[in-house]
Design a protein around this ligand. Structure first.
Ligand code: PGA
Length: 254
């Protein structure tokens, strides 16, 4: 059975390295037994070294929440993908809607993806529409995002990509406002079609995961009926008991 992903996006939380350490300790002590999931924790970059060097297991991986489109140089405040890789961190989230909201365009995301892949990182590419309508224009929006973000990305890199579909209207709410599994399933099939078109047959092997108000109450149906390859979890990844419950549900999903 192909492993599913549960990815924690801590965003700009928590405040303080002690809290970050506590949160991570609570998670790591409970997850070793879940054999069908791959767990990736994406804390603020400032905690990556502390957390990754405190962990010697093989169950949890680490990711950054962003990286820059150049390897090094005069770019005040930016973080190079090579610097991330140097911390033994293997993943980076790129194109998250909260960054796009602050001006990150598909072209910028595209440049970042190429540099991150070049540095040997695995990329979790986020796409998703602001709103849905009956005439399906959100599908064009998603398609354009995927095509623009992956433009010029080599087919050899498909094994280093994860596509996180995160409809913006479903992010940061509660499970009742999350996406319905049947709509998710349709969107996932649509995304796979685009990935195949852009990257060839291997594009269909890219894990397509979902993010947007995944909670213990809806994670099972999102995975089983939505038939996605995992979840990108925001606010619930800051609540260890709920996050562990989500991992448990994904682990036992058929
Ligand atoms: P949420 O966030 O789970 O709080 O909706 C998901 C995300 O923004 O990645």
């Amino acid at each position: 059975m192909r492993k599913k992903y549960v990815i924690a996006n801590w965003k700009m939380n928590p405040i303080g390295s002690r809290e970050a350490g506590d949160l991570f300790r609570k998670i790591k002590s409970k997850v070793q037994k879940f054999r069908n999931v791959k767990i990736i924790i994406c804390p603020p970059a400032i905690y990556l070294k502390q957390l990754s060097s405190s962990y010697s297991g093989n169950k949890i991986f680490f990711g950054a929440q962003n990286s820059f489109w150049e390897d090094k140089g005069s770019f005040t405040g930016e973080i190079s993908p090579l610097q991330i890789k140097d911390l033994n961190v293997d993943f980076v989230i790129l194109g998250h809607s909260e960054r796009r909201e602050n001006g990150e365009t598909d072209e910028i995301v595209n440049k970042k993806i190429k540099k991150a892949l070049g540095a040997g990182l695995n990329v979790i590419l986020c796409v998703g529409e602001k709103e849905r309508d009956d005439d399906g224009s959100h599908l064009h929006f998603i398609e354009n995002q995927i095509r623009a973000c992956l433009s010029g990305v080599s087919k050899n890199n498909t094994s280093k990509l994860i596509l996180a579909y995160e409809p913006i209207w479903a992010i940061g709410k509660s499970s009742e406002f999350s996406m319905k599994p049947s709509a998710l399933h349709q969107t996932k099939l649509f995304i796979l079609k685009i990935l195949k078109d852009v990257l060839g047959a291997d594009g269909m092997k890219i894990p397509v995961i979902y993010g947007g108000s995944s909670e213990p109450t809806n994670s099972g149906e999102l995975i089983e009926e939505g038939e996605v390859d995992g979840l990108l979890v925001g606010h619930e990844s800051l609540v260890p008991s709920d996050f562990i419950e989500i991992i448990k549900i994904v682990n036992s999903a058929k």
